[in-house]
Design a protein around this ligand. Sequence first.
Ligand code: SF4
Length: 348
Amino acid sequence: MAGGFILTLAGSPTSWMVAGAAIILALSVVALPAAVRTIRRRLSRQPIPVSVNYFFSRKCNKECGFCFHTAKTSYVLSQADAHRGLRLLREAGMKKLNIAGGEPFLYPKFLGAMVRFCKEALHLESVSIVTNGSKVTEAWLAEYGRYVDVLAVSCDSFNEQTNIAIGRGDGNNVQQLFRIRDWCRTHNIKFKLNTVVCRLNFEEDMFDMVSKLAPFRWKVFQVLMVRGENDSEETLRDVRKWEISDEEFGVFCDRHKAIPAFIPESNRVMASSYLLVDEYMRFMDKGSGKMRESESILDVGVEKALSQVRWDHDAFLERGGVYDWSKEMAVPEKASVGDMAANGSLDW
Ligand code: SF4
């Protein structure tokens, strides 16, 4: 049937015009309302959630002592609700989604359906995933890699004993890292490296290994204490013994700053720079030291939920530009953290 329809069209210029008009109309129906909503939000100076970090699950197969999004619940939304929330964010202006956890690859089918939905239905400019790498497979990347722009893999040490002390070691962390880097190259995904610097690794020299891995970005975070997550003996993790001073973080940064992909991020920069959404589709505010959550986007909508947390969105309003969100965009010269905040590319 469909083939016959296409053949009929092929023979008539008028039919081609009708088909063209139908396609334009269909695109308008999908794209226009979202564009109008975005323009209206800009004009009214309402914050636009351009870049969102979605922590859809807290469950993880590792036990890092500094984790600040711990497995306090095992809740995961249904796929339908997760997609509904993402659509609401898209309609509010989201262009980039970063998926984090917990460990996202503990839910390979859910994750695959989500990245596909983000690209095929929502047409997001960029979809990225943050993972500890242990559950990433080439088969998954072969099936869903086309919907993923950036894969960020955590690596806090190239010394397995340090990884074990941190709570992440299993004997083949480094091997797996190189494997994933190669798979990313095969499947046209940008490979990114994330490192948390704490008392156990701030003296390590990672220069040679990171240079060999050659990530397109190397995000280096100063370990962060978040009240209610990792700040006492009552919380699932207690990071107090592993905190480092700004000076110690600076020492680590000085050792590695010559690496072109190097991007440091101190606690000062992290606080409130990110737009975080949790497993219930609530915005989280971790920047004030004490974590607070909004009501769920699914219940009250994006605008009201966003108004309930503190988020430094001025930079997003001033500049809507992006620079390396998608796999199609070339890797630029290194940008400063300020630049990244300004153009909304901050993510995990
Ligand atoms: S891998 Fe990430 S989510 Fe899992 S325990 Fe470590 S820091 Fe937390």
